[in-house]
Design a binder for this molecule. Structure first.
Ligand SMILES: *[C@@H]1O[C@H](CO)[C@@H](O)[C@H](O)[C@H]1NC(C)=O
Ligand SMILES: *[C@@H]1O[C@H](CO)[C@@H](O)[C@H](O)[C@H]1NC(C)=O
Ligand SMILES: *[C@@H]1O[C@H](CO)[C@@H](O)[C@H](O)[C@H]1NC(C)=O
Length: 211
C-alpha cells in the first residue's frame, strides 16, 4: 500500500491539475520479467477518463563513453480519446530519471476512420554488470491496435529510430490488453541519483490496460 501522504498528495494533484489521474479502473497490468533491480516503484499515472495512450516518446541519455551511462530515463505516453483526438496537455510518465533528452514522438496509426492505441510492450534491459557500469532499462517497443480488433490478428509494432538501445537484451512481448481495451496508465521504477556512484535511472516499468 502507498503511504497516506502519497494519497493526500495525489488528491491534491487531481483537484489542482485536473488531467493526470493517480487512479482509474483498470483490468490488467502488463509486466516484463527482466526489469532492473535498482530503485523504487513510484506512483502510477493514468490518462484522463475516456482517453488512452496513442503514442509515446523516450528520454534517453546518449552514450557517455568513459562516463557513467544510464540509457533510458523516462517514457512519456500521449493520451487521445477513442476517436484519436489528442490534447497535447494530456501526457503521463510517472517518475522520470534526470538525464538525457526527449526523442521525437511515435504515434500509432490514426486515419480518418481508424484510431489505434498502445496495447502491449517489450523492454530492452542490460543485466547487472558487476563492477562495471550499469544502465538497466535501455529501450521499449510497443504494439498498437484499434479498439474492438482481435489482439491476435491486428496488432502492429511501433518503434522509434534506431529501434533499440545501446545495451542489453529484449524481453518477450507482454500479453496484450483485451480487445476492447488499451494502455491507459504507466508506473515506473527509477533509481534515485547516486552522486559519484553508478547511476542507472529507469529500471523497470508496468503499463495498465483500461476499458
Ligand atoms: C486540454 O486539456 C486541458 C486540461 O484538461 C483543458 O483545459 C483544455 O481545454 C483542453 N484543450 C482542448 C483543445 O481540448
Ligand atoms: C483485423 O484483422 C481481420 C482478420 O485479418 C481483418 O479482417 C480486419 O480487417 C482487421 N481490422 C483492421 C482494422 O485492420
Ligand atoms: C520468451 O518466451 C519463450 C517461450 O515461453 C521462452 O522460452 C524464452 O525463454 C523467453 N525469452 C525471454 C528473453 O524471456
Amino acid at each position: 500500500m502507498f503511504p497516506t501522504r502519497f494519497l493526500l498528495f495525489n488528491s491534491f494533484v487531481i483537484l489542482c491539475g485536473g488531467f493526470i489521474l493517480s487512479s482509474r479502473d483498470y483490468s490488467k497490468i502488463l509486466r516484463v520479467p527482466n526489469g532492473g533491480q535498482y530503485g523504487y516503484w513510484s506512483q502510477a499515472e493514468f490518462c484522463p477518463l475516456g482517453t488512452y495512450a496513442s503514442g509515446y516518446s523516450l528520454k534517453i541519455e546518449p552514450n557517455q563513453f568513459f562516463g557513467d551511462d544510464t540509457a533510458l530515463n523516462a517514457i512519456r505516453l500521449l493520451c487521445s480519446d477513442k476517436q484519436g483526438h489528442r490534447n497535447i496537455t494530456h501526457q503521463i510518465s510517472s517518475v522520470q530519471g534526470p538525464y538525457g533528452s526527449w526523442s521525437k514522438e511515435e504515434v500509432c496509426l490514426q486515419s480518418y476512420d481508424v484510431s489505434s492505441f498502445l496495447t502491449a510492450f517489450q523492454l530492452q534491459v542490460e543485466p547487472p554488470q558487476g563492477a562495471g557500469d550499469d544502465t538497466m532499462a535501455n529501450f521499449v517497443h510497443f504494439k498498437c491496435r484499434p479498439f474492438g480488433d482481435d489482439p491476435a490478428l491486428n496488432e502492429t509494432i511501433l518503434t522509434l529510430a534506431p529501434g533499440h538501445g545501446s545495451w542489453g537484451t529484449w524481453s518477450n512481448w507482454t500479453e496484450s490488453c483485451d480487445a476492447n481495451e488499451a494502455i491507459c496508465g504507466i508506473q515506473t521504477k527509477v533509481e534515485q541519483v547516486q552522486g559519484s556512484d553508478d547511476d542507472t535511472a529507469l529500471n523497470d516499468v508496468v503499463f495498465y490496460c483500461c476499458e
